[in-house]
Design a protein around this ligand. Sequence first.
Ligand code: 9MR
Length: 377
Amino acid sequence: MRSVRIVTFALAAALAVPLATSTATAKPSADHEAAPHSNAKFDRLRWAAPEGFFIGSAAAGGGHHLEQDYPDPFTFDKKYRKILGQQFNSVSAENQMKWEFIHPERDQYRFEEADAIVEFAQRNRQAVRGHTLLWHSQNPDWLEEGDFTKEELRAILKDHIDTVVGRYAGKIQQWDVANEIFNDQAELRTEENIWIRELGPEIVADAFRWAHEADPEAKLFLNDYNVEGINAKSDAYYELAQELLEQGVPLHGFGAQGHLSTRYGFPGDLQQNLQRFADLGLETAITEIDVRMDLPASGKPTKEQLRQQADYYQQALSACLAVNDCNSFTIWGFTDKYSWVPVFFEGEGSATVMTERFVRKPAFFALQSTLKEARTR
Ligand code: 9MR
């Protein structure tokens, strides 16, 4: 499915003046995009961050990108790679470690792209978030449509976890072991999720155990969307987390993805929600934040929309910074050029912190100043 991409080049001109103020050399013109990415260390998000705090971005590639008319962003967009390396001290594989990508045939793994991300991260002294091992989506046809016995399926999952987690052992900071296992009614996805459907809910605990055996250093996470606030779905995770911990399952963290929209209010109880997981002894993380909006006919967000977006990013980051052991905050891409949002939500977009031409939006500066403030506290 191809869909319309909203072109927001005009934004560069509109935002040039206010956004250029942080660097003395920035020229107030549409093509000043080269200037703001100065080499000044303190100008970068990763250097603004407090000691031990990880500010990350998805590394764009695979998934919806395969249907767009540009080459693989992480592999081929030099400017994109440069900013990814400079600004962030954590990266997540947007699609490159998902089953359909990394395990396209039963007896065939495809590691090139995932290897490249891990190597890039090591070169740039970045942590890596691994995503993901047990999910209902983006599974290869050979798996979803295969005719396997329960024993075979169990062995397939264990082999996958041993192989993928084992390959990057010691190099992945956090793994999203189980992704989106509850639906929006806060029920376990007992039909959609092949593993839970065929092997029962206990398979979730096994996935954590196998991942832990394969890489005892990696922190193992549950991860989902619409679990930012306290609601039925995050309650379901809270209960599950307690059960797993009581059983001695190596569960270490809870990730709230953070796919927010200005259509809905900011989840004001985010901090309180993260805190209750922290109180269980878990780490927490914001793993995939973006803040989409309904774009006007011009395709260009208004100043007020950008201000509101900056406020959402800032509030989310502040909530994480306020909770002990919320040490990782990842944005789901840093540029609108490669955002999944316009591809999946017609009429919505501008969800990331930089325009398609890498011009920083108010949201970028909101993150930067919030990090700096936390560092100097
Ligand atoms: O950003 C990803 C996009 O490229 C893929 O096409 C899409 C397919 O489902 O998945 C996107 O990433 C998702 C992530 O893996 C899990 N949480 C929701 C993210 C946005 O859909």
